[in-house]
Design a protein around this ligand. Structure first.
Ligand code: SF4
Length: 348
């Protein structure tokens, strides 16, 4: 008899681990799938700043590969960076509190998962959604919308809250016993933690808030990027840069990106040669990148701002080396800006 196979959407969060394990415990072969949309720090190895992170965690973000391995789930990874742009630029159901188009995003992921399911011979889809857990996409009214627009309707089983939802195809076919599914709802995690113990899931991450698009600071930078480009567009490098450093824009022509700690300084090395780069010569401190076109006056001002964030901030003067994209090297001697001179409105 053919073994029934399920494809489980896998973020690396506890709910997605449990959903896969519940179905696996019913004798079904389960594989996970993670869609990379370009808005998690792991996708681009973006350093995180939380010094207390555990393995696999990344400052409130998740590492699906790590947790899939710990849970013994085979994970497939699909990059949909380019395709996701159409969802982000014009979401039919709008954005959440920030730039997160969660309902459209979930529907799109289910649509992609269905394509994958059909291509690789899976029988149904699984998600770790719990009614009422997220304000936008996991409201009870939103779940059928997401499934309908994803084109999957009753092909998607949500084991953590299935008993609160209509029967699905895998239940009707007798592949899955409805009695062994759950009726979790709301934001609490107590039931999930108890279930993790029961299923032998020992390692799982702390609750994470969502992708970078749910972050107010990141969303503001993304909007600012689109304004400066006069169009909704972005590249991998732009997303990487939006995720790190201080961003200071004091004129329309360019912005200055300054690393905040060693890991960011090291990460920004990959952009040397692509962007005009600034670094204090006679003091320790951050590196700065110029994103846009700066004339000499703009570069000197950027150098004085950069000096403010280095160990020469109280010095009378700081020498700042500027490496232009053309290969030209200049050294400016500047008076570091005071904290008051850097206006709050310049920070993006
Ligand atoms: S949090 Fe991000 S990845 Fe998750 S559904 Fe919303 S937009 Fe999509």
């Amino acid at each position: 008899m053919k073994k029934i196979r399920a494809l489980s959407l896998f973020s690396g969060g506890l709910d997605s681990i449990l959903a896969a394990k519940i179905i696996e415990a019913q004798g079904i072969e389960v594989e996970g799938i993670t869609f990379q949309i370009g808005f998690t720090k792991e996708e681009f190895g973006i350093p995180q700043r939380d010094k207390n992170k555990k393995d696999g965690d990344n400052g409130g973000h998740l590492n699906p590969e790590y947790y899939a391995e710990k849970a013994g789930i085979k994970l497939n990874i699909e990059n949909i960076f380019e395709e996701f742009k159409s969802v982000l630029f014009d979401p039919k159901h709008g954005y959440g509190s920030n730039m997160n188009p969660c309902i459209d995003c979930k529907a799109f992921m289910l649509h992609k998962a269905k394509e994958y399911m059909e291509k690789y011979g899976f029988d149904f889809l699984v998600t770790g959604e719990v009614i009422g857990q997220r304000p936008m996409s996991q409201r009870k009214q939103a779940l059928p919308i997401v499934a309908k627009e994803g084109g999957v309707e009753d092909m998607v089983l949500r084991p953590l809250c299935a008993k609160l939802l209509p029967e699905t195809l895998p239940e009707r076919k007798g592949w899955v016993e409805r009695e062994k599914l759950y009726d979790f709802n709301g934001r609490g995690r107590k039931s999930q933690v108890q279930l993790a113990k029961k299923l032998g899931v020992i390692e799982y991450p702390q609750p994470a808030g969502g992708c970078l698009l749910t972050d107010p600071g990141f969303s503001k930078r993304l909007e600012n990027l689109w304004q400066s480009k006069c169009e909704k567009e972005y590249s991998v490098d732009e997303i990487k840069l939006l995720s790190i450093g201080r961003h200071i824009r004091f004129c329309d022509e360019f912005k200055l990106i300054i690393s905040r700690e060693k890991s960011e300084t090291e990460y920004m090395e990959q952009f040397y040669g692509q962007f005009t780069t600034l670094k204090a010569l006679n003091f320790g401190g951050p590196v700065g990148l110029i994103d846009g076109d700066a004339d000499e006056g703009g570069l000197k001002k950027a150098a004085a701002i950069l000096a403010r964030y280095g160990s020469g901030r109280d010095a009378v003067e700081v020498m700042v080396e500027v490496f232009a994209v053309s290969g030209e090297k200049m050294v400016y001697t500047v008076v570091p800006y005071s904290a008051e001179q850097i206006l709050p409105s310049w920070h993006i």
